[in-house]
Design a protein around this ligand. Sequence first.
Ligand SMILES: Cc1cc2nc3c(=O)[nH]c(=O)nc-3n(C[C@H](O)[C@H](O)[C@H](O)COP(=O)(O)O)c2cc1C
Length: 352
Amino acid sequence: MIFDKININGISLNNRLMVSPMCQYSANNGKPTRWHYNHLANLLNTGAGSIIVESTAVSKLGRITNKDLCLYNENHKKAHKKLINKLKKIKDIPIILQISHSGRKGSSEIPWIKKNSPLKGSKSWKTLSASPLKRDLGWPLPKEASRSEIKLIINQFITTAKLAFESGYDGVEVHIAHGYLLHQFFSPISNYRKDKYGGRLNNRIRVILEIFKGLSKIKKNKKILGARITGKDHLRKGLKEEDCIELIRKLAKLKLDYACISSGGILPKTNLKFKRGFRVNFSSKIKSKSKVLISSTGEIYPKKYVESILKEKKVDLIAVGRKFISRPKWLLGDTTINKKYKKIPKQYLRCF
Ligand SMILES: Cc1cc2nc3c(=O)[nH]c(=O)nc-3n(C[C@H](O)[C@H](O)[C@H](O)COP(=O)(O)O)c2cc1C
């Protein structure tokens, strides 16, 4: 049920709802701005048991846009530390940072300036990917990542995770979904390499496993190690649940605590159909074959539906995104929730 507590590697979450990571494209030189302070403080008071902070770049090249949040140097660390200190004073719930490399989805224009468009002009940059394949017509060709670039990227993920732990984040979530770099390696749609990082599944997940080997060494008690993983590509020749299950099986041996199952995004063309809980069934199938906690995301709403999924133990956790912003009180404002479980700030008690 929603308000059942859960312990992840020594950290207690007071319920099963996580705020799903949501890019804000509002950073200043990679650092959080006043927007982040307000945005995250608002999310703290929605009643969610934990927050996953937006996709944060592990390098300058790994940004989606030039307004992305970043964490790869001491300056960034100082700024993240200040943010976490402030947020924890408002409400002390676990805060996890999603860490990512955009690959061929990098050098994009900010979506509200121009949706799904490459950045033009002097501020754009040359992207890289598993293979030199465009993300779509009209996009520049990425460079195929060399072996030394792959090594660098592996180290960058490890460094960012280390900086995140030092900044006070309770965990990191590695982004292996939505068509970003690690998904580009994982999917046969975007990886045509002939070396040990391409071809069969074991090769396509090699870079991910090498990152997790490093992460497992720096992970301590009371730090959460998660991943957002694509459960399927929704394309005939793309990734299937079985591939995701195999990846999770291997990551479980490298100290993965939870996997949030998402899907789609490797190409603009897709057979994915958005409807209520469209990922729940395959997330549940993945859970039945996995030894780590499984979360799901994608139109999992309203509360009654959320409760039914958790009651039937289809997944362990649920990441909700948009509703925590468009209807911030959808969880706490619902009077059908047993009052004793309510986690309302005392200043707001009279309002419910
Ligand atoms: C504004 C916005 C930004 C997003 N940014 C991210 C992100 O940084 N990382 C990620 O994994 N998913 C991102 N997503 C996807 C959400 O985390 C979530 O999985 C998706 O919106 C489906 O859940 P929902 O129906 O509860 O919103 C974003 C979604 C939105 C609407």
